[in-house]
Design a protein around this ligand. Structure first.
Ligand SMILES: C[S@@+](CC[C@H](N)C(=O)[O-])C[C@H]1O[C@@H](n2cnc3c(N)ncnc32)[C@H](O)[C@@H]1O
Length: 439
């Protein structure tokens, strides 16, 4: 502590007197990577000095625009020559290349988009003057994302997918959108006249799920990986003013996204979000990637107050509980497992296992697993009935009047594959997500 106390007087001498009528000024000790600084700057404060001894934090501060990074002993000189002094590095050792010393943080340590990731208020997503935004929906399937985009006031101008049956349903619900049955990767006729537009993509994710991994072939994984890489590269280089992607959150997918983020640090952010926190009445954890300000919108929208239950979504439930189709239950065997020992014991699930109360979220709606109503009849027998595609669509936040295909199997697939429209809506609303209560 003495170390800091001894160093502070030098910094105090370096502070310029506040000009009358100017914004309130502040000095922050132990500034860290700048979370507080970003927030207070948004609230109108001007930073005179951010004091931090950790070299990586100072790097982050500097790369997020908090002025020139100097060693403390240089501070008075910088202020005296009217250089904007906002980040002060107090490290004992020479720290960063920015102050002409030897240390240079490796790329993996740098966090150049902190401000953008926090969704700083002055990072607007460009839109047309009337507030609409063109959306291009790649891998559109039955139209979950497009439905939410429209509810957010956007115009979905183009959608493509390789699955003709999915496109049929898409067209019935979005007749104004230009659709194309297209096997991607393929050239897409993106606008080149400089107008704002948003690109969304949900490349197929089954190969990255736990279930999908059981049936993976090497070529299947390679195709899925290439498609994911292709979409990410396309999204950040096609001229779109913003972009988004929904994907299964696994070590592989996160690593692919991280590699792209390193190449385009100001254009890529990602977060794993349980959509239950956004008001989708089911647990659905997904990786959301996209323009940093949009990802930040969505993160800020997450709140316990937004949560909705099965009963909130389905006014007339046909059971007293909900159950998914898992046929196994697992119990933890040991906590001090040695290599080769199993962690869990699996037993066949009975009809009374894996029950979810109606006052909470449903299990994840999947494309290849059904969700069932459960109740006890008068004789105390457990009864189950498979949820209809319409009920599943409500749990995925589709509107009640969304046109589903006649084939139940196909409808289940389209609904289970979809991005919940509510998530797309919260992501793309021009004014940010509506406060809870009106949402
Ligand atoms: C996760 S779903 C998309 C969900 C959609 N965004 C929604 O919100 O409803 C993935 C879609 O990618 C499509 N797809 C898979 N491989 C494709 C390819 N090579 N070219 C085009 N579409 C493909 C599938 O047909 C499927 O409809």
């Amino acid at each position: 502590m003495d170390k800091y106390v001894m160093r502070l007087p030098a910094t105090e001498r370096a502070l310029p007197p506040p000009a009358s009528g100017s914004r309130p000024t502040r000095v922050e000790l132990f500034a860290g990577a700048g979370g507080m600084a970003v927030g207070l700057e948004a609230a109108g404060f001007e930073h005179v000095a951010l004091i931090e001894r950790d070299r990586n934090c100072v790097h982050t501060l500097r790369q997020n625009g908090f002025g020139k990074c100097v060693k403390l002993k240089d501070a008075p000189r910088c202020v005296g020559t009217n250089v904007s002094l906002r980040a002060v590095c107090c490290a004992r050792r020479p720290t960063c290349h920015l102050c002409a010393c030897r240390f240079r943080a490796p790329a993996s340590m740098r966090q150049p988009t902190l401000r953008a990731c926090l969704g700083h208020a002055d990072v607007p997503i460009p839109r047309a003057e009337d507030g609409t935004l063109e959306v291009w929906d790649l891998f559109c399937c039955g139209g979950g994302f497009s439905t939410g985009a429209k509810r957010a006031g956007c115009t979905v101008v183009y959608a493509c997918d390789a699955w003709p049956d999915a496109l049929e349903t898409y067209k019935r619900n979005h007749p104004q959108t230009h659709t194309e049955c297209l096997e991607l990767p393929a050239p897409i006729p993106f606008p080149t006249d400089g107008r704002p537009f948003h690109v969304h993509g949900s490349p197929p994710c089954q190969r990255f799920t736990v279930m999908g991994k059981r049936y993976n072939t090497e070529s299947g994984v390679e195709t899925a990986t290439n498609l994911l890489k292709w979409f990410l590269d396309t999204a950040v280089t096609c001229g779109a003013t913003s972009w988004s992607m929904e994907q299964v959150s696994s070590a592989e997918t996160r690593a692919i996204v991280e590699a792209v983020r390193k190449r385009h640090p100001t254009r890529v952010a990602s977060a794993t979000i349980d959509f239950y926190e956004l008001g989708v009445p089911q647990h659905r954890k997904r990786l959301i990637c996209g323009s940093p300000a949009l990802v930040a919108h969505l993160l800020r929208a997450c709140s316990a107050e937004r949560r909705r239950s099965i009963r909130d979504a389905i006014a007339k439930p046909r059971g007293t509980m909900v159950r998914n189709s898992d046929s196994w239950t697992r119990a933890r065997l040991r906590h001090d497992r040695r290599p080769g020992q199993s962690k869990y014991a699996y037993t066949k699930a009975t009809a009374d296992d894996k029950l979810h109360p109606l006052s909470g979220p449903a299990p994840t709606i999947l494309t290849n697993g059904d969700v069932r109503w459960w109740w006890r009849d008068r004789d105390g027998e457990s009864k189950i009935s498979v949820m209809s595609a319409r009920e599943l669509a409500l749990l995925q936040t589709f509107p009640r009047n969304y046109k589903l295909p006649d084939s139940t199997k196909l409808a289940h697939k389209l609904v289970g594959n979809a991005v919940p429209p509510l998530v797309a809506e919260l992501l793309l609303r021009a004014d940010g997500p509506r406060p809870v209560g009106r949402g």
